[in-house]
Design a protein around this ligand. Structure first.
Ligand code: S3P
Length: 433
């Protein structure tokens, strides 16, 4: 566990290309492994979370090699088709990655072999019944701690039956686990979501030419169709960009352009939230990367005001709340976030971790079972921040430290490698420009 005091900085300026999108990288690797032929993925995210997915497929006999082409990290994946995976000889370690564990559980439920998935201390406490229950409904044989509520999960893969499932919660991981469980089977997968969660799996299915339909809010997929390898360009990760969107807004004199960022509408809640708070962000559209929309985002410093955040915005900005809390803590007036109970089940309980961290800087915070209320103020004192090993809390509090007197001491910066290994390098690049 490495700790660090984030240094005070002047304005942030210049251009930055963000690392690749985490959600899209996971999906690109998974589908490439099951495609026929060699897929090339450029701009993939070479972070710990995605590495766990890559290693899992290598352990199932898929050859994956990494290189750098014109400064972009690239993967070459030799897909072996729908029936090409081989039984892993050891437990598959998903590390800190909920996406790896939940999506793989779905995918492996329909593969004809035995597999066991585990993860780090945080992942082993995260809820798994949300995927295990629907997968069992279609005949999946999954055992786990607390009757399948927690990992490790042991899967005896088998032929799965059809499913018509109304999801009780809107979750892209649940939706994707179920869709992936149907990949190898000609039995229908029908899904309805209470609200539209991120749709990267659907777009990646389309990218690989798979026949997925959405009519009247019902997703229908018939699997068992072989598909060919592809060339995929991964957009920059808007979740990673959000740290600089907030830093650029809060630090006087800043002017930053973030290049080629994914702006899938199921993910752009952060842009709407910051705009409502008064931020000055300009979106310049670029040609799409496959089925995913792209844009350059330009941000310059501007004062913020407190707002009320609820409804669809919660789902569309679900991973950005740690940095939204930082923005709120600097805004004029009160910000209230409600309807966000899911934040309690992320890499840490993000409502409590952020509340404690902000209180350490002298900010008045109240928490609710489903949200948080923050009174903005501009004179922050530096604090020691307990991240709970949560990468997004660590980055958010490092950004806050740039404005706190004496800076913030972050107890664990190693966890940042989960999603953004070059975070501090990119921050210094903007600070020095
Ligand atoms: C993700 C879905 C979201 C998100 C997570 C990544 C994905 O989780 O918070 O970081 O890649 O599908 P939920 O499905 O639990 O909302």
């Amino acid at each position: 566990m490495a700790n660090l005091t984030s240094p005070k900085t002047g304005p942030l300026r210049g251009r930055l290309t963000l690392p690749g999108d985490k959600s899209i990288t996971h999906r690109a690797v998974m589908l490439s492994a099951l495609a026929e032929g060699t897929s090339e993925i450029s701009g993939y995210l070479a972070s710990q979370d995605c590495q766990q997915t890559i290693k899992a497929f290598q352990a199932m006999g898929i050859s994956i090699s990494a290189s750098t082409i014109k400064g972009r990290p690239c993967l070459s994946i030799e897909g072996k088709g729908l029936e090409g995976l081989t039984e892993p000889r050891d437990v598959l370690d998903c590390g800190n990655s909920g996406t790896t564990m939940r999506l793989l559980t779905g995918l492996l439920s329909g593969q004809p072999f035995f597999s066991v998935l585990t993860g780090d201390q945080s992942l082993r406490t995260r809820p798994m019944r949300r995927i295990v229950d629907p997968l069992r409904m279609r005949g999946a044989d999954i055992a786990g701690r607390a009757e399948g509520a927690q990992a490790p999960l042991a899967i005896v893969g088998k032929r799965l039956s059809a499913i018509d499932y109304l999801m009780p919660i809107a979750s892209a991981q649940v939706k994707s686990a179920i869709l992936l469980s149907g990949l190898g089977s000609a039995e229908a997968t029908l899904l309805r979501e209470p609200k539209a969660s991120r749709d990267h799996t659907e777009r990646m299915f389309q990218e690989f030419g798979l026949n997925l339909e959405k009519k009247k809010e019902i997703l229908t997929f018939i699997g068992g169709q072989p598909f060919q390898a592809k060339k995929i360009a991964v957009p920059g990760d808007l979740s990673s960009a959000s740290f600089f969107l907030v830093a650029g807004t809060l630090i006087e004199g800043s002017d930053i352009t973030l290049e080629n960022v994914g702006v899938n509408p199921t993910r752009t809640g952060i842009l709407d939230i910051l705009e409502q708070m008064g931020a000055k962000i300009t979106l310049n559209p670029k040609p799409d990367a496959g089925h995913e929309p792209l844009a350059d985002l330009q941000v310059c410093a501007h004062p913020l005001r407190g707002i009320e955040i609820e409804g669809d915005l919660i789902l569309r900005a679900i991973d950005e709340f740690p940095i939204v809390c930082v923005a709120a803590a600097r805004a004029e007036g009160r910000t209230t976030i409600r309807g966000a109970k899911e934040l309690r089940f992320k890499e840490s309980d993000r409502i409590e971790t952020m509340a404690e961290a902000l209180r350490g800087m002298g900010v008045a915070v109240e928490t609710f079972p489903d949200g948080i209320q923050i009174e903005g103020k501009t004179n922050w004192k530096g604090c020691t921040c307990i991240t709970g090993g949560d990468h997004r809390v660590a980055m958010s509090m490092a950004i806050a430290g740039l404005l706190a007197s004496g800076g913030n001491k972050i107890d664990d910066v190693a966890c940042i490698d989960t999603s953004y290994p070059g975070f501090f390098k990119d921050l210094s690049k903007l600070a020095e420009a």
